[in-house]
Design a binder for this molecule. Sequence first.
Ligand code: IPD
Ligand code: CA
Length: 256
Amino acid sequence: MVKDQIIEIAKEAGEIMLSAKRPKIMEKAGHANFCTETDEKIQAFLIGKLKDILPEAEFLGEEDGQDVFSSKMSSGYCFVIDPIDGTSNFIYEYRPSVVSIGLLKDGKPYMAVVYNPYDEMMFSAVSGQGAYLNGERIMSSEAPLKDSLTVFGTAPYYIELQEKTFDIAKKLLPLCVDLRRSGTAAWDMCCVAMGRCSLYFELKIQLWDYAAAALIAQEAGCMVTDTEGAPLSYRGPSSVLCRARGVKEIPVCFLS
Ligand code: IPD
Ligand code: CA
């Protein structure tokens, strides 16, 4: 089955991540926006291997310098890849970082694999068939927000979003148990999917950050939308609000 093949490929990619020694670091546009030679190495590895299992698929990867979802990606299969989500964590050895592989079919999320090699946690989902962690079905928490942790993200290079992000975070803090910021959006959504926390938000992430994890969260019973409650586009960057089953309403701080 294709999902099992992708899982094996993600495991091998995780081994490349774990075995990297002092990789060369490159700066991308904006403040603290990094890529390493390991990001590039894993992406090349993933594309090579994934092509073998689905030769007709298109590819959109974070490190190929192309951030445009083209019309040819909206029909047939398209792999959307983040070789290392949590590149700063990776550079500073501040865990976790994950391999994220989403597969779109006709522009819609179809299959997803997210792997945290540090804890050997393999998340996977197929649209309509549930979400799994290391082969066991997972469902998001039914606890209300007041009894749950919240996670959020904000990239240091989107300076214009910082004030609004921290304003929302400040308003959320008294509504939940506490706030966390992991440094990887895909991991954050997987944490909501498996019930470790009940809400994740970020005002702008790229398609490769959410293509896989949003499907995993949705298949775990989460409501995954943009921060205004609209469905995700799966065409490009978006805000994301991921709510576990127990968070029935969008908190008012997102709507004001
Ligand atoms: C980043 C991480 C981070 C999020 C940023 C992303 P990268 O991805 O997911 O948590 O706040 O928006 O760009 O650069 O580590 O792949
Ligand atoms: Ca990345």
